[in-house]
Design a binder for this molecule. Structure first.
Ligand SMILES: NC(=O)c1ccc[n+]([C@@H]2O[C@H](COP(=O)([O-])OP(=O)(O)OC[C@H]3O[C@@H](n4cnc5c(N)ncnc54)[C@H](OP(=O)(O)O)[C@@H]3O)[C@@H](O)[C@H]2O)c1
Length: 177
């Protein structure tokens, strides 16, 4: 049976609006990671790009804490045009990722990154809500979440709250009426 499923794009941004990069030298804020675990717990799934998935796997200390527990209990969907991975479902397009979760009865799909996958979903108009955590960091040119050239969408602010450690969460819905 087909039913409506909401897609939430989850991302941590820097104070200058970049899509924050995670590196060993500059790991994500613990408050943002804890929020990711909370969001995954609520959705029971997440969709992730092949690059980000493999970055998670290469950081054993993170896998042992937040991501490890999350991976074990959630429906994890990796989007890749060609990768063969042991464990998660692998699909070849954003649409296929949503179809996979819809068929499994999920009411919400949580989109976890990275930059290219987020922008692919945004370009296809597949995102219903944004859950953005603004971390107190500032970067160089960095990564960007964006629509294709000429794109413009109106948003409605749904909620804002402090997550602690100087991280603020803003939630928006796309207004498409
Ligand atoms: N700030 C945050 O909240 C946050 C969260 C997660 C990650 N990140 C950051 O994001 C960066 C990684 O982003 P990224 O853009 O390099 O990688 P990514 O989006 O995680 O993965 C890119 C890969 O996903 C697949 N893919 C993407 N779009 C696709 C499409 N439309 N159809 C089919 N497959 C598609 C392709 O895999 P194949 O090459 O296998 O075909 C592509 O090479 C890192 O710096 C990471 O730290 C930030």
């Amino acid at each position: 049976m087909l039913f409506c499923m909401k897609t939430i794009l989850w991302a941590t941004l820097t104070a200058n609006g970049n899509y924050a990069r995670s590196t060993p030298a500059h790991p994500p804020r613990p408050e943002a990671l804890a929020d990711f675990a909370t969001q995954v717990g609520a959705a029971s799934n997440f969709i992730v790009g092949r690059q980000t998935f493999q970055e998670f796997q290469s950081q054993p200390q993170r896998s042992a804490t937040d991501a490890g527990a999350v991976f074990a209990q959630a429906d994890v969907v990796v989007v890749s045009r060609s990768a063969e991975l042991k464990g998660p479902a692998v699909v070849t397009s954003p649409q296929a990722a949503l179809a996979y979760l819809r068929e499994r009865g999920h009411a919400t799909a949580l989109l976890a990154g990275g930059e290219r996958l987020h922008n692919a979903f945004l370009a296809e108009g597949l995102v219903d809500e944004l859950c953005l955590n603004f971390a107190p960091t500032f970067e160089d040119e960095g990564l960007r979440l964006r629509l294709p050239p000429g794109g413009f969408e109106r948003l409605q602010l749904l909620d804002s709250r402090a997550l602690g450690g100087g991280v603020w969460q803003l939630r928006y819905a796309f207004v498409r009426a």
